[in-house]
Design a protein around this ligand. Structure first.
Ligand SMILES: Cc1cc2nc3c(=O)[nH]c(=O)nc-3n(C[C@H](O)[C@H](O)[C@H](O)COP(=O)(O)OP(=O)(O)OC[C@H]3O[C@@H](n4cnc5c(N)ncnc54)[C@H](O)[C@@H]3O)c2cc1C
Length: 471
């Protein structure tokens, strides 16, 4: 029988769902998403308009070898093209790359995310072309899905513009939760997120002015690179405010890159015991001279062939590991963190510890009201305020995910706050699978950290489609 398979979403996960599945000639594949012509990019690897100064400013958060080894090889093979694309750009990516590129270590570079998007998009188109050649009917529908309705014989998929499709199987890959909202974060001078608001922020900073970013996240580091691209560095007046008032550790490969081997054995009764054991080994590795990046890659490799459940057999305890382990090993883009520190030296950037309550907007200024470490209320005023606080615990999922949660097709984990799906991404509705960056449990297995990670998302989909046997 010919099958109809539908994929909802147009990012990296949707592309992997589409291209790693086994099809038979005669099958139909329909991919539905608002930017489906740009399949593979999603929000993270989007294409900026060609003329804007911030084009190529946003970088991958880890060295390309950790994101996608095929991409790291592609970068090496296409280094001349990369050099010409990135030459004379501000910030100066090529200069920051020199310690690695001069010795041919291209896999250690944090590539511009748009270029990774180019790679993913081209690869996906090629794979879709192959599917067409092998007799699969492939179509892309530019729309947003409102609803999936199980019927007696099939799954009915209904889009916001009233189209209806029937399929035997549906994969949902509609992305992670949006930024948490903060009172007052949407006005003439305050923005609920950077992406999509760049033109307006650039206009506001055009004649000088300062900017406050709420959060010390990867999006804050993007915001700094955005400012560097539109202002001369001596004009940048950039403040980040976060509860801890600290920056991420930079993910900096050492010249002889060698991931830490975590010698962790046995089982642990509680999350606390497991976390203590791994943090102790982590500290020992750092004290012995390993770079933070090497310990992070080592942590990932520890779970390559063993699941978290093997170390922490009690499910509820394993689920308590996910968030703290994620935070403990969270690191950021080397280029941007180095720039933040360098610009701190010249008084152009600073980081403040504070818990933000709200933003008050007046005619020419926005003020961030926060409580400092001494529990005193303070405020910081700036020409522009950008919310980079990350999803937090508000769980602002897209409407389709929210509907699936409400109907209990998938659920939220009470311990990690992430999403729980069944074996192979199955939901409680036969034929419907789900995967996104917020997933923390798949079937009986608990992910050691959530899937906010291109490589782990792709591996998870490959496992679902039986192309990949280990994590
Ligand atoms: C700004 C940003 C930077 C990141 N940087 C990195 C990085 O450097 N390295 C890394 O490993 N990971 C990074 N990540 C993590 C990232 O989430 C994953 O790597 C990956 O891109 C997620 O892909 P996805 O397809 O699951 O989700 P998304 O890329 O969010 O794609 C989901 C798509 O589904 C569409 N959609 C939503 N609802 C519907 C609907 N109802 N119907 C149809 N379509 C719908 C959305 O429009 C969206 O385009 C980043 C994430 C963000 C947001």
């Amino acid at each position: 029988m010919d099958n109809h398979h539908i994929i909802i979403g147009d990012g990296l996960s949707a592309a992997e769902f589409a291209t790693s599945r086994q099809y038979t000639a005669g099958d139909t594949l329909t991919i539905i998403g608002p930017d489906v012509q740009d399949i593979g990019r999603g929000i993270a690897y989007a294409k900026a308009p060609s003329e804007v100064p911030w084009r190529f400013a946003y970088l991958l958060n880890s060295p390309s070898r950790s994101v996608d080894t095929d991409f790291a090889h592609w970068m090496k093979e296409n280094w001349e093209l990369l050099e010409s694309t990135m030459s004379k750009r501000t910030p100066d990516w090529l200069s920051a790359a020199t310690p690695y590129s001069s010795v041919g270590d291209i896999a250690s570079l944090n590539a511009p995310r748009e270029i990774y998007g180019d790679f993913l998009h081209a690869k996906t188109l090629k794979a879709m072309e192959q599917l067409s050649i092998s007799g699969v009917s492939v179509r892309r529908v530019q729309s947003r899905v409102d609803k999936i309705q199980p019927t007696e014989t099939a799954l009915s998929v209904i889009t916001a513009d009233g189209q209806q499709f029937h399929a035997q199987t549906v994969d949902v890959a509609t992305g992670g939760p949006e930024n948490q909202r903060i009172e007052g974060d949407e006005s003439d001078r305050s923005f609920p997120q950077l992406f999509g608001n760049e033109h307006r922020i650039a206009e506001l900073l055009d004649k000088g002015g300062d900017i406050v970013c709420i959060g010390a996240s990867a999006a804050m580091l993007d915001c700094l690179r955005f400012c560097q691209s539109i202002q001369s560095e001596s004009n940048v007046q950039f403040t980040a405010i976060s509860p801890k008032g600290t920056l991420f550790e930079p993910l900096r490969p050492s010249p002889n890159f060698s991931p830490t081997k975590f010698n962790l054995n046995g089982t642990f009764n509680t999350a606390e015991e497991f976390l203590l054991a791994i943090k102790t080994l982590h500290k020992q590795a750092l004290d012995a001279g390993a770079s933070f990046y090497e310990t992070r890659v080592g942590m990932r490799e520890l779970f390559a062939y063993r699941s978290l459940n093997e170390f922490v057999p009690k499910l509820s305890e394993a689920r308590k590991v996910t968030r703290p382990l994620f935070t403990h090993f969270e690191g950021g883009t080397r280029d941007s963190i180095d720039d933040f520190h360098r610009l701190m030296g010249s008084g152009n950037t600073r980081i403040v510890a504070g818990r933000v309550e709200r933003i008050e907007n007046r005619k020419k200024v926005s003020s961030v009201v926060f409580t400092n470490a001494m529990q005193q209320r303070q405020s910081l005023s700036a020409s522009v305020v950008v919310n980079c606080a990350g999803p937090g615990s508000q769980n602002r999922f897209d409407p389709l995910t929210r509907r699936m949660l409400k109907d209990q097709w998938i659920s939220v984990c009470e311990h990690s706050g992430g999403i729980i799906v069944g074996e192979n991404g199955n939901t409680t509705i036969p034929g419907v699978r789900y995967l996104g960056p917020a997933v923390t449990s798949i079937g009986e297995k608990v992910e050691q950290v959530p899937l906010y990670d291109a490589s782990r998302l792709r591996q998870a989909v490959q496992r679902f489609n039986h192309l990949h046997n280990c994590d």
